[in-house]
Design a binder for this molecule. Structure first.
Ligand code: SF4
Ligand code: SF4
Length: 377
């Protein structure tokens, strides 16, 4: 395997006439405002190759990949498009951590992913699905951090980041360890829970990769309340991307794309949107007003209410209810519930109330579920 050290690595591609670039924390790297999340690629090799090649042509220089996604084929779907195009491009890999993860196993995973992707090194490698409670597993002697440090010494990995959905206060504690150059967290108009993380990351020079800018497809549906809140007369996906990029702490908005139309539309938005001219505080105030309609009863998707005797996903219901009630995304809510198998739908709730006692926000879960039943969303 060829060793490539950070000292002699090529600069990242930069096409200022067609893409905007932002600093990736304190790394000195300038990353494209729009990055490519590869976890939604279809099982269509010619299309995937064209998508990756076109994205690089359009100045995108960050691709996020995960071996385990798409039934283990994610990186195989990406690799052909990267062939002979990896100069100046970050392709991040990701490895999971368990109490039993050894340095040997973590190193083996890094090498496996490099082989699949056809890369000589990772400019970024991420500890995936990371949480504060897993920190001892990372730090243990002969564990994953030892593997990462050695890989850095050898030039196989240049920078280390992590991804995760832990509580925001725990994610802040993790970035404050100083171990990481970047953090990847979900962030969009309807999920702003990680805004304090983004603020803190900006203060201490940790790059922020904002994933799910369109909330897994929720923000592809029309919404008059969102338009009014942001004061933008734009389709919801463009508005969503603008909102994420208006946050000065975000390094790049990582969108999962699988059609050329989606790619071109997002590239256009990233190019045309000037964050200097955006009024981020006004956007946040508009979204806060929508949220205030719910008072303190805002579901933070903490999942403390889990454990329904009917095996229902209460979070799923609360997200649908809020999307419809607070954000005007009724079409999305209707579709999200219709896509559930019959045994998982709101009608199966017996209104026993076991979930309500666990909710720290005192949400009247049963009332919301009843409304979902009555509205037949
Ligand atoms: S009220 Fe409904 S959702 Fe909540 S625990 Fe009971 S059956 Fe499950
Ligand atoms: S416990 Fe409450 S806030 Fe947390 S996911 Fe359930 S309903 Fe939402």
């Amino acid at each position: 395997m060829t060793i490539v050290t950070p000292a002699n690595v090529e600069p990242l591609i930069r096409k200022d006439d067609i893409m905007r670039y932002r600093p990736l924390g304190r790394t000195g790297l300038m990353v494209s405002a729009l990055s490519f999340g590869c976890m939604r690629l279809a099982d269509d090799p010619p299309l995937n190759e064209r998508l990756i090649a076109t994205a690089i042509e359009r100045g995108i220089n960050y691709f996020e990949t995960t071996r385990g996604y798409l039934g283990g084929t994610c990186q195989h779907r990406v690799a052909p498009g990267l062939k002979k195009r990896t100069r100046g491009v970050i392709v991040s890999g990701k490895g999971a951590l368990s109490p039993d993860t050894t340095a040997y196993a973590f190193r083996h995973e890094i090498e496996t992913q490099l082989d699949i992707l056809g890369l000589t090194h990772f400019k970024f490698y991420q500890v995936g699905w990371f949480r504060w409670s897993n920190l001892p597993h990372l730090l243990k002697r002969g564990g994953a951090l030892d593997a990462l440090r050695r890989a850095q010494d050898e030039g196989l990995v240049h920078h280390i980041g992590f991804t995760g959905h832990d509580q925001p206060e725990n994610v802040i504690r993790l970035i404050e360890t100083g171990l990481f150059d970047s953090v990847t967290v979900p962030y969009n108009m309807v999920n702003r829970a990680y805004e304090p993380v983004i603020r803190r990351a900006a203060e201490i020079g940790v790059g922020v990769v904002a994933m799910c800018p369109v909330a897994g497809g929720m923000l592809t549906h029309a919404s008059e309340p969102l338009r009014e809140a942001l004061g933008l007369d734009l389709p919801t996906p463009a508005m969503s991307l603008q909102f994420v990029l208006a946050n000065p702490g975000v390094s790049t908005a990582c969108s999962g794309m699988n059609t050329l139309e989606m790619l071109e539309e997002n590239v256009r938005t990233a190019r045309e949107f000037d964050p200097e001219k955006a009024d981020f505080s006004r956007m946040c105030a508009g979204l806060d007003r929508l949220r205030e309609r719910l008072g303190t009863q805002f579901c933070t998707t903490c999942n403390y209410c889990a454990g329904c005797p009917q095996k229902l996903s209460i979070v799923h219901f609360m997200i649908a209810w809020q999307a419809a009630r607070a954000f005007g995304l009724t079409d999305w809510a209707r579709k999200a519930l219709a896509d559930l198998p019959p045994e998982k739908r709101p009608e199966r709730c017996t209104l026993c109330g076991a979930c309500e006692t666990k909710c720290p926000n005192g949400i009247e879960i049963r009332r919301r579920i009843r409304e979902l039943q009555e509205m037949n969303l």
